[in-house]
Write a protein that binds this ligand. Structure first.
Ligand code: PBG
Length: 349
């Protein structure tokens, strides 16, 4: 050890510390940090959610700057072309249903000529190798704004809803969907949808189950985008103001494992956790409990938070987004649904 300035000769030197382990050695250069990084982020992991409406123009969504309700067909095709050019080859379609087509049982959900079905076919016709995911739930089609059928006394009916979800999933498969994604949280829907698909000749269509979907305030901007919020107080019937009788309570962890076991037994191919960042412990729990691929949804409210902070100059958008998505991977997510899909893939290069 070299003498330290200002220390009298003969004083025992405390440096270097006798450390058997110096973790900083492994962080000393970018090359080495890259070499030993435990997880990586690739456009291949991304699923891009796309809103679509039955009109021409791409319409901005005020609470989701940079995201649009894409016009069917031109805008939708252009966005998918852009995504593919940066390596994002998976999308999930969310159609905006005109109020005039909404009913209390949401029949539009399985209209063979509905916007969802037309969008799926359009995409598969133009891009046969694009992986097209769909959303299975009644809320965008239901005049009450719930994922299931609302009885006159305000109860969300489970078993009756599942029958409608099966018809919706089969209709999406007929249109060409690769993966149907039930986001409704009714009990028993995965097994029922698997049987319905198989009986209709769609054994090759996968199911991504929204297995641990929490009743969350972070879905607000999404419900703006589709005008799909619960219609409580707007009808002369009882309509619950929130989705807490079917989506999970934010305080619960063990319950996610119970849902995962059930969905896996019923034939789910992918398990999804939603929202994302506040629920990374649940992502890790499912990763450790299941051998299935795990998806995490970086939801509309999480997107809005980052956009708002970036617009104010309070966060570096690129760094914050890439860090967020990498953390999903570290927690154990194979697939990440994010409205930042295209930008993130560009930034990854
Ligand atoms: C429909 C559905 C919702 C989201 C995905 N599918 C809304 C909800 O459950 O109320 C939310 C996605 C987001 O906020 O980005 N059941």
């Amino acid at each position: 050890a070299r003498p330290k300035p200002g220390v009298p000769d003969g004083t025992p030197m405390p440096y270097p510390m006798e450390l058997p382990s110096r973790p900083r050695r492994n962080r000393r250069s970018q090359t080495f940090r890259d070499a030993i990084r435990e997880v990586n982020l690739s456009p291949a992991n991304i699923i891009l959610p796309l809103f679509v409406h039955d009109g021409e123009d791409d319409l901005p969504i005020p609470s989701m700057p940079g995201a649009f309700r894409h016009g069917w067909k031109t805008g939708l095709l252009a966005k998918v072309r852009e995504a593919r050019s940066v390596g994002v080859n998976q999308v999930v379609i969310f159609p905006k249903t005109p109020e005039s087509l909404k009913t209390s049982t949401g029949e539009e959900a399985f209209n063979p000529n509905g916007l969802a079905q037309r969008s799926i076919s359009l995409l598969k016709d133009n891009f046969p190798d694009l992986e097209v995911y769909t959303d299975v739930a009644l809320d965008p089609y239901n005049c009450d704004g719930h994922d299931g059928i609302v009885r006159d006394d305000g109860v969300i009916l489970n078993d009756e809803t599942v029958e409608y979800l099966c018809r919706q999933a089969v209709s999406q498969a007929e249109a060409g969907a690769d993966v149907v994604s039930p986001s409704d949280m009714m009990d028993g829907r995965i097994g029922a949808i698997r049987t319905a698909l198989d009986e209709s000749g769609f054994t090759h269509v996968s199911i991504m189950s929204y297995c641990a979907k929490y009743a969350s305030a972070f879905y607000g901007p999404f419900r703006d985008a589709l005008a799909s919020a619960p219609a409580a107080g707007k009808k002369n019937r009882i309509i619950p103001p929130n989705k807490k009788t079917y989506q999970m309570d934010a305080g619960n962890y063990r319950e996610a494992l119970r849902e995962a076991v059930a969905d896996e037994d019923e034939g789910a191919d992918i398990l999804l956790v939603k929202p994302g960042l506040p629920y990374l412990d649940v992502v890790r729990a499912l990763r450790d409990a299941s051998t299935l691929p795990i998806a995490a949804y970086h939801v509309s409210g999480e997107y809005a938070m980052l956009k708002a902070a970036a617009e104010k100059g309070w966060l570096d958008e690129r760094e914050s987004v890439l860090e967020t998505l990498l953390c999903f991977r570290r927690a154990g997510a194979d697939l990440i649904l994010t409205y930042y899909g295209v930008e993130a893939a560009q930034w990854m290069e």
